[in-house]
Write a protein that binds this ligand. Structure first.
Ligand code: ADP
Ligand code: ZN
Length: 735
């Protein structure tokens, strides 16, 4: 009799190892990629088989059997497992947690790939009810009946119903009792969504676009391309051309985007131009819809998958192309838990799969630009706006010379009047929500601070509160100073204050603020963006949210209210970031026939950063930053890993990292520089003290060798029990 194979199982626990199990009684082997139910300590957990082996470190009598297998065929292919394993090794993150991150919630919880869901459908009696009549007596019942009727013969599952009418349950009872609706269980929809629009042709590509497409078509196997094109240069048209080729060859395409809620235009453009319905994967989907999209991708039914960062793990058996749009965007990097870069993993995936990957941006990261210089990536340039639109002209407004009341200088006010007078639209960019970033006492200069964080509280006027933007704490807005009792006043400008000032100054203009406070309910962002696109607002006020990829046809003036914070940032990436956000928001101006104007208000007009940006644009900022980074040995010329710890006592946070330093020194790593431990720039957040240790290396291998030793050692470290800690490989924020 053959011995059963020992299964190496990934279990969702924070330990960097696989666990050994035997197959369930009566089963000889289980294929990698399948889920199993395993006894874990005194509990049961869901695990994923990563491989098999005929040996174990455990004595054979100690190895427990799996309780059950959950999948008839593996959920994840060998290629999916390879990417997951790479992710765990590269980011030094527990394999079980990586597997969990790669699976939709319902699969993680052990539900079947084709789960049974509860549905409601209308009965014959319900179909003939006069809804208007019912609405007079029972408006909620009428609303629910109508929603269920609109769903048609297949009915509507309760997750979707909850999204439409969160309080449906109460109205459902009388409707069921009267026999107007029926509840039943059924397998989730297995049909991929169909598209009701036919593919429409796009513009004739210009020379630069044609050249880019030709280069892309020249390669079939793995190659990374940086599509480096100014805003409005027609990058999306280039993607579309290549996507069409790949779809015509019956292969699947994966498109990663920073945030889908902020780029509804891209999804509708894909639908219209390709005539197929993209499977969309993002964080605001309900669990059932997410599973459906994931499953359709895995079955090869969804040809085009558009998703945010975690979509990089979506199984796609026929994957033929990956596109990463806005590759510079920070939201492609997960900043908590499993800290991974979806862009970097997408490149690895393309390499494993031996297919092309296109990274697109008007403001590429220095990492990608360096890869182009070194010949690892092919750079495709689109230097001009497509369709003849001119690039926006950028000018500084010197705040030392021009009076500015509530953030608005005279030259900016005059320009706003000009542009709106000429039937244009204006976008004012201020990356600070709330009314004012500071509340200060007029007498003693005391500043209101968060009790749990080292930070100031932001004044919110609308709901008269003081809020901490770091921990979420909120308290009523005081009228008097907590220290001396004198009157307090808000200092500085946030988007709310700017809105108020504009409404007062321009009572006839339609002013619209778009930030995370003004767009909290579902669909609010989409609605606000659509209204802005249709020209229903004269002045838009926005945070970072408004800088991404939008196309507002009438927009001709962009005002940057306050860019100076970024000039003196402590992070070595501050300059790159500032240039990216200004160029991206400037790129919203003048995308059609009228040239755009960008006014940047600054109190430091002589700062060298401005000269670089105004005279040479992003390219010059990037080139000079690359030289500086090379001289000062920062990424992309070196590699970083940041170890963070947080604890209720500052001493504990530091002691843990001190221990990490000692462990690193045991290895006597030659090429490593260890900086710290030090307190984090914001030393206290949400009541915890935070410290960090930065490891810098000229050579990736030695950095990873040290981290591979460090991770399990720290997991076993007694001082770890008092802290929350993490390893961040290639961190993009150094705090
Ligand atoms: P990007 O993705 O670089 O911001 P888009 O692909 O969105 O640029 O193109 C910007 C605008 O220019 C869109 O309205 C698009 O339809 C138009 N456009 C793109 N390529 C061409 C072209 N070759 N001729 C005319 N218009 C074009
Ligand atoms: Zn706080």
């Amino acid at each position: 009799m053959t011995e059963p194979t020992i299964l190496k199982v990934a279990v969702n626990v924070p330990l960097s190892r696989l666990f050994d199990y035997l197959p369930p009684d009566g089963i000889v082997a289980i294929q990698p990629g399948s889920r199993v139910l395993v006894p874990f300590g005194r509990r049961e957990k869901i695990g994923v088989v990563m491989g098999g082996s005929d040996s174990s470190d455990l004595p054979s009598g100690k190895i427990r059997h799996c309780l059950a297998t959950l999948d008839g065929e593996p959920l994840l292919s060998a290629e999916d497992l390879r990417l997951i394993t790479f992710t765990s090794n590269y980011y030094h993150h527990p394999i079980g947690e990586v597997v969990a991150a790669a699976l939709p919630a319902m699969l993680r919880q052990g539900k079947p790939l084709f789960p049974t869901l509860a549905f409601f459908a209308i009965s014959d009696a319900g179909a003939s009810v006069d809804v208007e009549e019912l609405a007079k007596r029972a408006p909620r019942q009428a609303e629910l009946l109508e929603s269920i009727r609109d769903a048609g013969g297949n009915g509507i599952d309760i997750d979707s119903l909850t999204e439409l009418i969160p309080t449906w349950r109460r109205a459902a009872k009388p409707l069921s009792e009267k026999g107007l609706i029926v509840r039943f269980d059924a397998t989730a929809n297995t049909e991929p969504p169909t598209c009701d629009v036919a593919a429409s042709p796009g513009p004739k590509l210009n020379d630069a676009q044609c050249a880019a497409v030709a280069m892309l078509r020249n390669h079939q196997g793995f190659q990374a391309f940086l599509l480096d094109g100014v805003t409005g240069s027609g990058k999306t048209e280039v993607y579309l051309q290549v996507i069409r080729d790949v779809l015509a060859a019956e292969r699947q395409v994966l498109i990663l985007v920073p945030e889908i809620g902020l780029t509804p235009q891209l999804v509708s453009r894909l639908r219209q131009r390709l005539g197929i319905e993209p499977a969309v994967l993002h964080s605001r989907l309900n669990d059932a819809d997410r599973l459906t999209a994931w499953r359709n991708a895995r079955q090869g039914l969804a040809k085009l998958v558009v998703g945010t960062r975690s979509a990089v793990f979506t199984p796609m058996p026929d994957l033929g192309l990956i596109v990463v749009d806005e590759e510079h965007d920070q939201s492609l990097k997960q900043q908590e838990g499993l800290r991974y870069s979806a862009r970097d993993l997408a490149i690895v995936r393309a390499k494993y799969r031996d297919v092309r990957i296109i990274l697109g941006s008007a403001t590429p990261t220095l990492e990608s630009l360096r890869h182009c210089r070194e010949g690892n990536f092919t750079q495709l340039l689109l230097p001009e706006r497509a369709g003849g639109a001119k690039p926006p002209s950028m000018r500084l407004v010197d705040l030392n010379r021009a009076a500015a009341a509530e953030g608005l200088s005279d030259p900016l006010v005059a320009a706003i009047e000009d542009h709106i007078g000429a039937d244009g639209q204006v976008l004012l960019f201020l990356n600070r929500r709330g009314f004012a970033p500071t509340l200060i006492c007029a007498a003693c200069s005391h500043i209101a601070e968060c009790e749990r964080c080292d930070s100031r509280l932001t004044v919110h006027a609308r709901d008269r509160s003081l809020r901490c933007h770091h921990c979420g704490a909120s308290e009523p807005l005081p009228e008097q100073c907590a220290e001396c009792g004198a009157a307090v006043k808000p200092l500085g400008e946030g988007t709310e204050r700017l809105e108020e000032a504009l409404v007062q100054r321009f009572p006839d203009y339609r002013v619209r603020r778009i930030d995370s406070d003004s767009t909290q309910h579902k669909g609010a962002i989409e609605e606000a963006l659509a209204a802005a696109e249709q020209g229903e607002s004269d002045i838009l006020i926005g945070t970072q949210m408004l800088s991404k990829g939008h196309h507002f046809p009438k927009l001709t003036l962009v005002g940057i209210i306050n860019a100076d914070q970024g000039l003196f940032g402590t992070d070595f990436r501050s300059g790159e970031r500032l240039a990216q956000s200004i160029v991206q928001v400037a790129g919203r101006a003048g995308r059609e026939s009228r040239q755009g104007v960008v006014l940047i208000q600054t109190a430091f007009p002589d700062h060298p950063f401005w000269q670089r940006l105004i005279t040479g644009g992003y390219q010059r900022v990037a080139n000079e930053s690359l030289t500086e980074r090379e001289d000062s040995r920062w990424p992309p010329f070196t590699r970083l890993a940041l170890i963070r710890s947080a604890a209720h006592k500052q001493q504990d946070a530091l002691a843990f990292l001190q221990r990490a330093t000692e462990l690193i020194q045991i290895e006597k790593p030659e090429y490593l520089r260890v900086l710290g431990p030090v307190n984090a720039p914001m030393a206290r957040k949400a009541g915890r003290y935070r410290a960090q240790l930065l490891i810098q290396s000229g050579d990736r291998k030695s950095l990873h060798a040290v981290l591979a030793m460090l991770r399990p050692a720290l997991e076993a470290e007694p001082t770890a029990r008092k802290v929350r800690w993490s390893i961040d490989v290639d961190p993009i924020e150094l705090f």
